[in-house]
Design a protein around this ligand. Sequence first.
Ligand SMILES: [Zn+2]
Length: 143
Amino acid sequence: MPVVSLERLRDMLEVSDGFVTFSVEGETDKDGVPFLHLHVGGSLQLRCQRCLAPVNYPLELSNRLRLVRPGEVWPDEALQDDSFDAIDAVGAVDVLMLIEEEILLGLPPYPHHEYCLLPQKGLGGVGDQSPFSVLADLNVPRH
Ligand SMILES: [Zn+2]
């Protein structure tokens, strides 16, 4: 699936080219309880929160979703057990929406490079200016 087709995710990305691959498998456990297994892979270009340049984020998610049938009471274990989430099984499940939701939930809150490339001196970039020079303009009372 092209990344650009995922509208909500696209807003979070610095560059929205490339593809996300996914698979969805259905399963019923020994008690007849239905589950979906989701696997999502690919790589996304997030915006580094320190230098604002694109940062590569390898996407590798898998999750188990407990399908809750219409009229069925939501299982308590869905709230306590971290190994799966629960969703309502109402008619057709929108798989793309489900996949996008999983990706959004899994994104890091503060994406950043391990080492940012700092602007270089002498090229007329912000690197020529001391990061503290802005302080000179502040009229801070001194004791
Ligand atoms: Zn960075």
